[in-house]
Design a protein around this ligand. Structure first.
Ligand code: CA
Length: 233
């Protein structure tokens, strides 16, 4: 699990080809929550709707500029912001960093440089939170190591799938509290998680097979009827 790649990235660029290229680079490198906007106004409505964790902004946009957009985004979400600047826009760079931009990338750039810079900014911003999200939980029947995405039960070690990991992370973070079915679906499938309740049940069954002594009579991952699930520790 690379949590950096679970972060939601907003790309704002008015050149359609460049925008498509940036999106392709990110998706190829494993970022799976990428949102794109060609204008300031669309970027702002996406910021409100999709709650990105970082934004990459072009400087010159059809209905405004990246610096004003940075200010508007920062008013509603305190997220890291990277600028894409044309070569020679030295003042743009300085101004961008003075405004609170986290980094900038000069066009044209190497695809690898783009994801490396973005990943570095994400790690810097979210490192401590990401560390805290990866606890080791010791249950009577097993040890769940979320950092390694594995469960050790007796002599056996089971690897967690990405969905199982997302579900268990939410349950561990809220140990001894009910986590609703909706919340768990959202953790595993993102904002468009409507209709995944039955699939969630399948994943819960697989998790029980890994963490319970008797999966059909669970002692740790309890169903709370009509509400959701609870991990008892
Ligand atoms: Ca532009």
């Amino acid at each position: 699990m690379d949590q950096v790649k679970d972060k939601k990235i907003l790309l704002v660029e008015d050149e359609p080809e460049l925008l498509r290229m940036l999106e392709t680079i990110l998706k190829r490198d494993g970022f799976h929550q990428v949102f794109v906007a060609p204008t300031v106004s669309e970027a702002l409505s996406l910021t409100a709707k999709c709650r990105p964790d970082a934004a990459v902004l072009d400087v010159m946009l059809p209905d405004g500029d990246g610096f004003t957009l940075l200010g508007e985004i920062k008013k509603v979400r305190d997220i890291p912001i990277l600028f894409l600047t044309a070569r020679g826009e030295a003042e743009d760079k300085i101004l961008g960093l003075g405004l609170g931009a986290d980094d900038y990338i000069v066009k044209p750039f190497h695809p690898r440089e783009f994801t490396l810079r973005l990943s570095a900014v994400l790690k810097r911003t979210y490192a401590s939170a990401m560390k805290n999200e990866m606890p080791v939980m010791t249950l009577p029947a097993c040890v769940i190591d979320l950092g390694k995405a594995e469960v050790t039960k007796g002599e056996e070690t089971f690897l967690l799938t990405a969905k199982e990991h997302a579900i268990l992370t939410a349950l561990c973070r809220n140990a001894n509290r009910v986590v609703t079915t909706d919340t768990l679906c959202q953790c595993a499938w993102g904002d468009d998680s409507y209709g995944y309740e039955n699939t969630l049940m399948v994943h819960i069954r697989h998790i029980r097979e890994k963490i319970e002594i008797n999966p059909s009579d669970p002692a740790a991952l309890i169903t709370v009827k009509g509400l959701g699930y609870k991990l008892v520790v």
